[in-house]
Design a protein around this ligand. Sequence first.
Ligand SMILES: Cc1cc2nc3c(=O)[nH]c(=O)nc-3n(C[C@H](O)[C@H](O)[C@H](O)COP(=O)(O)OP(=O)(O)OC[C@H]3O[C@@H](n4cnc5c(N)ncnc54)[C@H](O)[C@@H]3O)c2cc1C
Length: 270
Amino acid sequence: MHHVEPQIFLIAKTAPDSPEMRSWLDFIGADEFALPPQEAATVGQLLITLAGKRCYMSFQPGLNPNVTRVRQDLTDFIDNILKVGHGSVIEHVNYTFAIENVSRVFTAEFNRHRAGMAVSEGSMRYIRYDDLAYWIPPSIQDGDDDTPEIRVAKEKTRAIFNRAFSQMEENYQELLAVWDYESLQKFKDKKKLTSLFRRIIGMGVATGGVWTGNLRALRHIFTMRCDPAAEEEICYVASMMLQRMMEAEPAVFGDFYQEDGYWKPKYWKI
Ligand SMILES: Cc1cc2nc3c(=O)[nH]c(=O)nc-3n(C[C@H](O)[C@H](O)[C@H](O)COP(=O)(O)OP(=O)(O)OC[C@H]3O[C@@H](n4cnc5c(N)ncnc54)[C@H](O)[C@@H]3O)c2cc1C
């Protein structure tokens, strides 16, 4: 048994194809619209701008006779998209996170977000659990403002958690012995047993996987899950993810601000 810390890795994102974008823009008559150099715009800024401007043909004045003025600045353009709630255009961009050392408490809640999300979670059916790992949540870590009573309660709680996980490990080992697991040759037989044995493992056990979300789905998740009402682990991890997205796509996530230690968006429902 050992302790772990949740970790996030931003492993992939939508890749724009500039030559094909140029061909399309020329095809629709937006020949005066200059694509920004790759280093000057994030994929989010670029795709959201193109998708949004295609809706109104507002790439350049005169392309749509109704449009006489166009927003040139991509950040302003996206801020307006968020302000008016034209949310579907931000669905065109996906980001992929690998998330490790999170519990099944986290994944059970995170996986409920289905719209715009793709999920691949570690299988407890295939993976054998000899050494159980778990995270100690901040609510039972020592705090500077803890009263002596709270300090004692936290210490006792951590000891009970450790005992529970050690017991689970012992029980798991006993089950392996009961079924003479080491002598099994066929993967199918092993899988059947690991699938059975997972029932005695607590949902605090560390797991991980890969989650992809479009920007609209991610904004919705951060809005719901960085909130003080959210469960502490999902709030902790979602807040880490949000900060990575604020760096990666400042125009799309830059309206989130901190209040009393929690992140809130300026634009709620988009
Ligand atoms: C504080 C809190 C407590 C919770 N407690 C419980 C609980 O006790 N038990 C429990 O089962 N769940 C609970 N949940 C989970 C909750 O019910 C949702 O399943 C979860 O938050 C996923 O969010 P979402 O519905 O917005 O789905 P997402 O998939 O993130 O969807 C995004 C949005 O798309 C729209 N949408 C998505 N799917 C549909 C659909 N099928 N039909 C129509 N519109 C759709 C909705 O507007 C939705 O908000 C809780 C969530 C929170 C935040």
